[in-house]
Design a protein around this ligand. Structure first.
Ligand SMILES: Cc1cc2nc3c(=O)[nH]c(=O)nc-3n(C[C@H](O)[C@H](O)[C@H](O)COP(=O)(O)O)c2cc1C
Length: 195
């Protein structure tokens, strides 16, 4: 069965709206799996900040472990789990970096403390002691006093363009529903999987 391009995105928009009601704390939290050059996977939570038919956007330090892996392999997988709705959505696809204009616009919406934090944190590097981070933050706070905090060049967004999405809904006796969309031409090949 084939489905139009917009179908999984329309479904997801409806689910996000439902998730905001069902679990107000971080309904946009998603697991992000990346892989290194040797095929070793790693996974962590990030927040999905934007989504449309082009893909799913998250922001991070591009020199972090995930950032380096994402830049090197250009693929990733996402997983939304909404326990209050007994649902998960699994997404796989290719990564691209958002435009500087897009990243700047989002960075400008962040609280000043988070903007300074993005500069202060050498994400994923060894921190010799907490005081090193606190001192970096104090120095940066002083440096940018009375000024707009610019976006660090190493801090930006990635957009994951999906080529596979799976909607999973719990059903009694482990007879769960699994519906998969796989990219096919301008639309999707849609199928069901055994649970
Ligand atoms: C609810 C939640 C939301 C998070 N959101 C982000 C995020 O949007 N971006 C980010 O870089 N890290 C976020 N983190 C922290 C990451 O899970 C992770 O610890 C950090 O990015 C370092 O990962 P890495 O060393 O694999 O690169 C979040 C963690 C949690 C629990």
């Amino acid at each position: 069965m084939t489905a139009p391009w917009s179908e999984p995105f329309t479904r997801l928009a409806a689910l996000f709206a439902q998730a905001k009601q069902a679990q107000p704390k971080d309904p946009n939290a998603m697991s992000l799996a990346t892989v290194d050059a040797n095929g070793r996977p790693s996974v962590r939570i990030v927040l999905m900040k934007d989504f449309d038919e082009q893909g799913f956007v998250f922001y991070t330090n591009h020199a972090s472990r995930k950032g380096r892996e994402a830049l090197a392999t250009k693929v990733a997988a996402l997983n939304f789990h909404w326990p209050a709705m007994d649902m998960q959505v699994r997404i796989e696809g290719g990564l691209s970096v958002v435009t500087n204009a897009e990243a700047d616009a989002y960075f400008a919406t962040r609280p000043r403390e988070s903007q300074l934090g993005a500069w202060a944190s050498l994400q994923s590097q060894v921190l010799p002691s907490r005081s090193v981070l606190e001192q970096r933050l104090a120095d940066l706070t002083k440096q940018y006093e009375g000024q707009t905090v610019p976006r660090p060049p190493h801090w930006s967004g990635f957009r994951l363009a999906p080529d596979r999405l799976e909607f999973w809904k719990a059903h009694p006796f482990r007879l769960h529903w699994r519906e998969v969309y796989e990219r096919s031409g301008n639309g999707w090949a849609k199928s069901e999987l055994f649970p």
